[in-house]
Ligand binder design. Structure first.
Ligand code: HEC
Length: 145
């Protein structure tokens, strides 16, 4: 009996070792499969987002994603400057724009970017770049003198 004990200990140990090995190796081989699944998922994701990326480039007007003045005016500024909301100088209203244009384009740009009185900074569209706001100012000024 005293002789059997050590050998049965070794047997239990090897069984335990085998179980541990299986527990370690099986998840690894499973995660290998999981990996190839996630790669094909990534391909799916790429093909799914591809049309969105194309739409964004179209919205950018092929200008490297920078919105031109007319687009910015129509999407952001026209809401107020189209109808003269809150006393905004209307697009094309020469009398309303003349004294403002008289301040100089740099002042107009700075007021459009930073806001002034009822005019919110960047027309409330914080994501617009300085150049996009300036483009919209230029578009409005050119259409109003
Ligand atoms: C929420 C309404 C609103 C939106 C949107 C808006 N504006 Fe205005 N804007 C105003 C008002 C009101 C004024 C007149 C402010 C004043 O002089 O009291 C004004 C004035 C201006 C002026 C003249 C500033 C000056 O110094 O006289 C410029 C330039 C201008 N806006 C540019 C823009 C541009 C560019 C956009 C779009 C990116 C835009 N605005 C969007 C309300 C708006």
């Amino acid at each position: 009996m005293a002789d059997k004990n050590p050998s049965s200990k070794i047997m239990y140990l090897s069984i335990a070792l085998a179980v541990v090995l299986i527990a370690v190796v099986v998840p690894f081989s499973m995660s290998g499969k999981g990996k190839s699944d996630s790669v094909s998922n990534a391909d799916d994701v790429e093909s799914r987002i591809a049309p969105i990326a194309k739409i964004e480039m179209q919205a950018g007007g092929g200008d490297g994603g920078v919105k031109d003045g007319k687009t910015v005016y129509n999407t952001v500024c026209a809401g107020c400057h189209g109808a003269g909301v809150l006393g905004a100088p209307k697009f094309g209203d020469k009398a309303a724009w003349a004294p403002r244009i008289g301040q100089g384009i740099a002042t107009l740009n700075s007021h459009a970017i930073n806001g002034i009185r009822g005019m919110p900074a960047r027309g409330g569209a914080a994501s617009l770049s300085d150049d996009e706001v300036k483009g919209a100012v230029e578009y409005m000024v050119n259409g109003s003198k």
